[in-house]
Design a binder for this molecule. Structure first.
Ligand code: ZN
Ligand code: ZN
Ligand code: ZN
Length: 327
């Protein structure tokens, strides 16, 4: 099932090539241009993009991962070392000197104008008598340590956190596949054929429009009116219509706008329950003959589940194009 907004989104990729990700103010991954194509009823762009990728219409390309502050949702955390005892980042690397008398201190405390002297036992030292060590010293709690803790610092709210506590976002860029191009072409031809067929029957048509009923507005593929007869028809284009799609669509058509619902299958099949519904209620189901004449036919196949049917359809399409099928 592709809504009018989803069809616009897929079609946008024929001119814009790719949808690039952004991190929005809430720290979530967003696709602004994809979002502009969708209607409020379509849901989140990222969900729509993932769904069409799973079906092979779109391809996703991994770009990178970004890390977001879990406290203030800002992107761009900076690496810092920190004290393993008190977690303060104000821990600095210094050179410590150890004297054989047992005293250990910072190198600067041993330095005099003419060499080294132990500040504890005041013995003058040659550089061979001392041992130098590199250590971190915490300026907050004076802990000395060799290996600092790894932390990330938020530039915005200055919080520090262990790296694995940062929110990880995976960024993909999306493009249209060859199979997707064929899929889009078929949906658009089906829609155009529906429009022309209705116009031949003296209907005035609107394609990819919104029908408003009271406070709610619903996007539709084709709306057709016969002013003379006072009749309305509303057309939904589906790959393989499911009973849920059809029931929702019929409820809207019959109850909200008093229009006769027409469902077009672009795969030539519908779920078995849809065929039953068409036989029992005011619903017209037509199959789009995309491989042949490009006409709308009253005969169609039935399948148990649309999902399995669509998956099989795409495997065949992908095989024809010699691209590897996706899981
Ligand atoms: Zn923050
Ligand atoms: Zn000493
Ligand atoms: Zn410390």
């Amino acid at each position: 099932m592709a809504s009018p907004g989803e069809l616009r989104l897929i079609e946008r990729l024929t001119s814009t090539e790719v949808f690039e990700p952004e991190i929005d103010d809430d720290g979530a991954v967003s696709y602004t241009e994809a979002g502009q194509c969708l209607d409020a009823t379509d849901g989140e762009p990222v969900t729509v993009l993932e769904r069409f990728t799973a079906r092979g219409v779109l391809a996703d390309e991994f770009i990178t991962k970004v890390y977001v502050c879990p406290d203030c949702t800002t992107e761009g955390l900076q690496y810092t070392t920190a004290c393993p005892a008190c977690k303060d980042p104000h821990a600095v690397q210094t050179t410590l000197v150890e004297h054989s008398c047992g005293h250990t201190g910072q190198e600067s405390a041993f330095e005099t104008d003419d060499g080294y002297r132990c500040p504890e036992c005041e013995q003058d030292l040659k550089s061979v008598d001392i041992e130098k060590k590199h250590r971190y010293i915490c300026k907050a709690c004076s802990e000395r340590f060799q290996t600092p803790a790894n932390r990330l610092r938020c530039r915005e709210c200055a919080t520090h956190l262990p790296p694995l506590e940062a929110t990880e976002r995976v960024l993909y860029r999306y493009s249209l596949t060859d199979a997707g191009r064929q899929w889009l072409d078929r949906q658009k031809r089906a829609r155009q054929t529906a429009k022309e067929t209705l116009e031949e029957r003296r209907f005035t048509t609107e394609v990819d429009t919104t029908v408003t009923d009271g406070g709610t507005s619903q996007p539709v593929h084709v709306l057709a009116c016969d002013e003379l007869m006072g009749e309305q028809r509303v057309v939904a284009i589906h790959e393989t219509p499911t009973i849920d799609d059809v029931d929702r669509f019929c409820a809207f058509a019959n109850e909200s706008i008093d229009a006769h619902p027409v469902v077009i299958t672009t795969s030539g099949a519908v779920e078995t329950d849809v065929a039953t519904r068409a036989a029992e209620t005011e619903l017209t189901v037509l199959a789009f003959d995309g491989n042949g004449e490009g006409t709308l036919e009253p005969e169609y196949e039935t399948v148990e589940t649309a999902q399995a049917h669509e998956a099989g359809l795409f495997q065949r399409l992908s095989a024809v194009l010699e691209i590897p099928g996706r899981q």
